[in-house]
Design a protein around this ligand. Structure first.
Ligand SMILES: C[S@@+](CC[C@H](N)C(=O)[O-])C[C@H]1O[C@@H](n2cnc3c(N)ncnc32)[C@H](O)[C@@H]1O
Length: 286
């Protein structure tokens, strides 16, 4: 669907039906939308909110844990995929690392660059889709933080792992987190609607139809938002999320020339157990 199609009931019925698993809407059109990215940046920058980013204190602890557990030294290089406004990179900068951030939200990257300039911080930022990167062999560490690994269909996961593998030096680390099937609270299906007088999706008056779908055979959920503006234009945003078991992750990593070095219950180093709701994974390039 194109994001400028006009409202009509048959069409609405058609687009609010449960879609095929992992049929994307325009992913970039969500993260890089001029208005949505502004609301998203506000959420990233709220230090007390686990929303677009985690709370500031969690980010700080997570960076300390990462540096200590990977035994990173001054000058080691790290690339953060989907860095948002650079909250993790700003913390990691205190450890003397050589840092690169990549994101396709123009607003986040502009904010991150401006923050670096103002604070005399030397971090390289790229406004780019990380699924199109073609660097090779430069980095000691690559990170993908806040469950973004789960947002991709199988072919993109393979592509992403291939790209990350080629970004890393031999024995380099890939650090990421996923939700597991024990994230049970997110599995219910429901639909609701609301009329907003300006909100997260648009500054104008709009009707939002929200459908939450679950695909048990794929352990995947969808949060779909259909936005109908006062002028009749419709936009559709689909946020996909796959829950991964440790076994599935191991298989995927193995096939992509990685091995698991260590697994935790989160990216703070909490002990892993079989019913962990999330996994914090340190993978190593073979
Ligand atoms: C949930 S936010 C997490 C941001 C950051 N990792 C954090 O935890 O603070 C996901 C970020 O990934 C970015 N993103 C998603 N897909 C991307 C892609 N293919 N290429 C570049 N950036 C992407 C979005 O623009 C957004 O800033």
């Amino acid at each position: 669907m194109k994001n400028k199609d006009k409202f009509n009931l048959n069409y609405l019925e058609q687009i609010s039906n449960k879609p095929k698993v992992f049929s994307y809407s325009d992913r970039r059109g969500f993260w890089d939308d001029k208005y949505i990215s502004k609301k998203m940046l506000e959420a990233h920058l709220n230090p007390y909110l686990d929303a677009a980013s985690r709370k500031y204190q969690t980010i700080k602890k997570s960076c300390k844990w990462m540096v200590e557990s990977l035994e990173l030294k001054k000058g080691d290089s790290l690339i953060d995929l989907g860095c948002g406004p650079g909250l993790y990179l700003n913390e990691l900068y205190n450890y003397g690392l050589n840092l690169t951030g990549i994101d396709y939200s123009k607003r986040s990257i502009e904010y991150a660059k401006e923050y670096s300039n103002k604070n005399n911080i030397d971090i390289k930022y790229l406004y780019k889709d990380y699924l199109t990167l073609d660097y090779s062999g430069k980095f000691n560490v690559a990170t993908l933080i806040y469950y973004d690994f789960g947002c991709f269909k199988k072919s993109d996961v393979k592509k992403l792992l291939k790209i990350i593998n080629s970004l890393l030096k031999k024995n380099g680390y890939f650090v990421f987190d996923v939700q597991t099937p024990y994230y049970t609270d997110l599995k219910e299906e429901r639909s609701n609607w609301q009329v907003c007088n300006g909100g997260f999706f648009s500054p104008n008056k709009y009707l939002e139809l929200q459908n939450k779908y679950y695909y048990p055979e794929y352990e995947t959920r969808l949060n779909q938002h259909i936005i109908i503006e006062d002028n009749g234009y419709i936009k559709e945003y689909r946020l996909w999320h796959k829950h991964y078991t440790l076994e599935r992750i191991k298989t995927l990593l193995n096939k992509s020339n990685f091995k698991i070095k260590k697994v935790y219950s989160n990216l703070l180093g909490s002990k892993y157990n079989k019913t962990s709701k999330e996994l914090g994974i340190i993978a190593q390039k073979k």
